[in-house]
Ligand binder design. Structure first.
Ligand code: A2P
Length: 363
């Protein structure tokens, strides 16, 4: 017996070291998670981490790089991930979550805040619940933390997730009917929260008229070049949390441009502070009290984007950023058609807008 014990001792020691190392890594990450800034969400009891990881790349495709980048982000402490059916990012995100659990980087799925979005071709009363079930299957999860209507417009169901889509497939969205189905998703416990994306004040007002459960989040484009002061004020008054997408201008996508990261005022502030232009953008958005989603599949930049919490912008720097001429990046031109629900970008966004660049293609 002693001989047997002696022979298995090295394996027991190894197993013990393994268990303790895993626990140590996991505790270290959970301490980081606990310290990560969060804010309470309106009508729900939950909170949303104020920095999240975006997964949209254009053209929309799943990739191993996406999965590896998400896993790396979890290792570094990111806990909020933003996906969408149309991005094809739910599969890689689900795989990364499963791997993070296997590696002990997180104790349970509950440690994460996972968002996904209802695409326009599923923007019909009867298609919402099946779309969410499909999203959960792609992710390998039992529930989402947040499910959003991606755009305030529907597409013929046959348009599926193909982008670009045909403008003749555009349909007006029946907000009341689609929102009822979103409410049902929440009541079934398939998502903890429901919200919208790309909604103007006017469209939110219309939705609020008939909703039993108000949207807790409106996810919209926000950067120092598109500050959305009016919409943010409106959402604050209505108790709707705002999440910013494209805070760096979404360089490299069909709806993005280099102009945010090339902005001379932001570059000058960054240089004076010993920070990068990206960090100045992210810090500025964070200081507005909204949550910010940033996408990077580069290890150094994923780390760099986390470093925005232990310093701040001075009142003078905020004043300089306030003076930046306002221009939107995501024009939404693909949703505009003479036969469709929106005949002009002004009708889509409900305001007069100047855009950063003219584009032939957009989403
Ligand atoms: P990459 O994935 O190669 O890092 P947004 O978050 O506004 O959508 O912007 C995403 C774009 O900005 C991507 O092209 C991403 O490229 C790039 N990006 C992300 N973080 C940084 C950073 N810290 N510095 C420069 N570019 C960045």
């Amino acid at each position: 017996m002693d001989g047997y014990l002696f022979s298995i001792l090295p394996s027991l020691v190894q197993a013990n070291i393994y268990i303790h190392t895993r626990r140590w890594i996991s505790d270290k990450h959970n301490r980081k998670w606990a310290a990560f800034p969060k804010v309470a969400l309106g009508s729900s009891n939950g909170t949303i981490p104020l920095l999240g990881f975006g997964t949209a790349v254009f053209p929309f495709t799943a990739s191993e790089t996406m999965k590896e980048s998400i896993l790396h982000a979890i290792k570094l402490g990111y806990r909020h991930f933003d996906a969408a059916a149309v991005y094809h990012s739910e599969g890689p995100l689900g795989e990364a979550i499963a791997e993070a659990l296997r590696l002990g980087l997180i104790k349970s799925r509950d440690d994460l805040f996972i968002t996904s979005k209802l695409w326009c071709s599923d923007g019909h009363r009867d298609l919402v619940l099946p779309a969410l079930r499909n999203t959960l299957q792609n992710l390998g999860l039992e529930y989402l933390d947040l499910y959003l209507i991606h755009f305030p417009v529907s597409l013929e169901p046959a348009a599926r997730y193909d982008v670009p889509f045909k403008t003749e497939d555009l349909r007006p969205m029946d907000f009341k009917a689609v929102w009822e189905a979103m409410e049902e998703c929440r009541e079934l416990g398939l998502t903890k929260n429901i919200g919208v994306s790309n909604f103007s004040c006017k469209k939110l007002e219309q939705l609020l008229l008939t909703s039993k459960i108000p949207p807790v989040v409106n996810q919209v484009e926000i950067s120092p070049l598109w500050q959305q002061k009016k919409l943010r004020k409106f959402c604050e008054e209505k108790g709707i949390h705002v999440t910013a997408y494209s805070p760096l201008g979404a360089r490299g996508t069909a709806w993005g441009s280099n102009e945010v990261l090339d902005c001379e005022i932001l570059k000058a502030i960054a240089e004076a502070k010993g920070k990068t232009t990206a960090q100045v953008c992210l810090r500025w958005v964070y200081e507005q009290g909204v949550s910010v989603l940033v996408k990077s599949f580069n290890k150094e930049r994923i780390k760099e984007n986390l470093d925005i919490f232990d310093w701040k912008l001075s009142p003078e720097e905020c004043h300089m950023i306030d003076q930046i001429p306002q221009q939107k990046s995501c024009d939404g031109l693909v949703f505009i058609s003479d036969e469709g629900p929106y005949k002009s970008v002004e009708e889509l966004w409900d305001e007069k807008i100047s855009f950063l660049v003219e584009r032939a293609c957009d989403i």
